[in-house]
Write a protein that binds this ligand. Structure first.
Ligand SMILES: [Zn+2]
Length: 111
């Protein structure tokens, strides 16, 4: 399933949208924050799995993040991963699973 990054011109936010197929992706999407259709697709962004390593490298765990940072689902769990990496800890597949759940919102549903 293709994932595209969009910039919303109405609320000036970036977001990644997941589409079921190429045909869905060709339609003009709505901003998930403000429901605007004034969305510009950002070209040449990689898919989620390719970009996570880069995000992890660029992520500074010592810098506090504002709320909007955590609204981006891809950033959920990034802090914990970074810290664990620095400490040389192996979080194991259980942690990966938890992060995936958190990113898809399933953890919140379970509470
Ligand atoms: Zn918007």
């Amino acid at each position: 399933m293709p994932i595209y990054e969009y910039h919303c011109q109405a609320c000036d936010r970036e977001q990644s949208l997941l589409f079921l197929n190429q045909r869905e992706a060709a339609k003009s999407p709505r901003c998930k924050y403000c429901d605007s259709r004034r969305m510009t697709r950002l070209i040449s962004r990689c898919t989620y799995h390719q970009s996570e390593a880069a995000r992890l490298d660029n992520f500074d765990a010592s810098t506090p993040r504002d709320e909007s940072f955590y609204r981006d689902a891809r950033n959920v769990g990034l802090w914990a991963k970074k810290r664990a990496k620095e400490m040389g800890a192996d979080l194991g597949s259980q942690f990966e699973e938890t992060v995936e759940k958190a990113r898809s919102g399933k953890v919140l549903d379970d509470l």
